[in-house]
Ligand binder design. Sequence first.
Ligand SMILES: [Zn+2]
Length: 154
Amino acid sequence: MNTGADLDRLVRAALDAARVAPATGDVPIGAVVFGPDGEPLAAACNAREALGDPTAHAEVIALRAAAAVHGDGWRLTGCTLAVTVEPCTMCAGAAVLARVARVVFGAWEPKTGAVGSLWDVVRDRRLGHRPEVVGGVLEAECAALVAEFFAAKR
Ligand SMILES: [Zn+2]
């Protein structure tokens, strides 16, 4: 299951979610949670501006929606969180708390990344649950989407 083609498929779905960013000036970052069978459970785009909610990052919205349909309470055991940009501390923490098996992301985020760049929240040895991590999948495409957004704002 951990083939390059499969990882590309996961991040491509997150890119699709990012591309439907609300027209409210939200940074186009997308996330999709996949069930243990590899089928998507929920997808979301960052909607911090749209919702006026500091916690409305794509990952948090997708994790909440996925838990609602997954059928094991708040647990997302065996699931994969795919996201276009390396998660921040909040989202990395949410992924750990949701017990996802794997975090797959596109672009590294050296300024705020908490899955290996600035911090490594998900693989802290002090934690009881540590998801597997794959970063840099479709990295150029994921980084370009955000770069184009900020270039257009200028
Ligand atoms: Zn976040």
